[in-house]
Design a protein around this ligand. Structure first.
Ligand code: GLY
Length: 351
């Protein structure tokens, strides 16, 4: 079993990665939460049909309660909070018990936000079932819900007590959501790890990449945890994780979450921003070609969808990261190295 530790003093926690870990959730939760008697699983309608029964069976030493939410970004809303709180109270969940997020980014962000405020904070366990959640959102403690005005506008930093990653669950993940996760995986290669870029570019095809996915998840979690350890609250180094995200978020909002997954939108964002930065001489010549080669290899689109540019700018301005009018954009020096570039929204006028 591969193990990493996110080192954050009293908020430190382990990340376990191994095929078949769903069968060992009992032992891992008992080890890290010895006082916990009851667990409340939050999952969604997609994940429920594959994994809820397996997890329940493998939590036989606990009293298990659960709630299934509708799959999709719409569930990450303020309106979802109340019915879940009502269930938590009915289940008599106390602070020594735990909430388990069994699902992708939506479930993890929502369940984590709930855990951060229910009884002023209750134990929280992440069991991410999408590639995106396994390499990104389950690690680092960002939890939130969306507002109509934008994504993740209400949230907190609240770390899980442990993260349990079973790469085998990706076998039931639809192709679109593998692409979703690969958007973030390629991001780690572009911003921090030229070796990961070379590793991924050498695979014959998607099949070969999937055969090595546990290694890739480990590499990505290792990069992410190192960044989070340096800047837990996202005021400096952690911003590099937003490479491609400013434009990506705007694409998701304008075109609809059902048309573009987060990773697909981020892939376009990474490509478009590098197109501008390379043209301006802010990125080493040839980097854009390298980016395109990797994104093409894993069928990630780089074409900016048809959309009203004004609408796109409006959404970029509303992004919580840009509320001060000053835009901190992440640019590449070259593949494997990035930096923060302070600019304004005019940077995008090139798009
Ligand atoms: N997903 C970006 C971050 O955790 O900071």
């Amino acid at each position: 079993m591969k193990k990493l530790k996110v080192d954050l003093g009293i908020n430190s926690y382990p990340i376990y990665i191994e095929d078949g870990l769903l069968e060992k959730v009992d032992t891992l939760i008992e080890k890290h939460l010895p006082k916990t008697k009851k667990v409340f699983i939050i999952t969604d309608t997609n994940v429920e049909k594959y994994y809820l029964e397996i997890i329940k069976k493998n939590l036989s030493n606990f009293t298990v309660e659960y709630m299934v939410i509708e799959a999709g970004e719409k569930s990450k809303s303020i309106a979802m909070l109340e019915p879940i709180f009502t269930k938590l109270v009915a289940a008599k969940l106390t602070r020594t018990d735990a909430i388990i997020a069994l699902g992708g980014g939506v479930v993890g962000d929502l369940a984590g936000f709930i855990a951060s405020i229910y009884l002023r904070g209750i134990n929280f366990v992440q069991i991410p079932t999408s590639l995106l959640a396994q390499v990104d959102s389950s690690v680092g403690g960002k939890v939130a819900v969306d507002l109509i005005e934008g994504k993740n506008l209400v949230g907190s930093f609240y770390h899980p007590k442990l993260v349990i990653i079973d790469p085998k669950v990706l076998q039931t993940l639809p192709q679109k959501f593998i692409a979703d996760g690969l958007g973030e995986v390629t991001k780690y290669a572009f911003i921090k790890d030229a070796e990961l870029y070379e590793y991924m570019i050498k695979f014959e095809n998607m099949q070969e990449l999937i055969e090595n996915i546990a290694d890739i998840i480990y590499i990505c979690c290792d990069i992410k945890k190192t960044i989070v350890e340096q800047d837990e609250k996202d005021t400096a180094e952690r911003m590099v994780l937003n490479f491609g995200h400013t434009l990506g978020h705007a694409i998701e909002t304008v075109c609809g979450y059902e048309n573009y997954t987060h990773g697909e939108a981020v892939a376009i964002g990474m490509y478009e921003i590098t197109k501008i930065s390379e043209k301006m001489g802010l990125t080493k010549a040839g980097t854009l070609d390298k980016i395109k080669k990797l994104l093409d290899k894993y069928n990630l689109d780089t074409q900016l969808p048809d959309m009203q540019r004004d609408e796109l700018f409006k959404v970029i301005e509303l992004d919580k990261k840009n509320l001060s009018q000053q835009l901190n954009l992440i640019l590449l020096k070259e593949v494997g190295e990035c930096y923060i570039h302070q600019t304004s929204i005019d940077f995008f006028k090139e798009v």
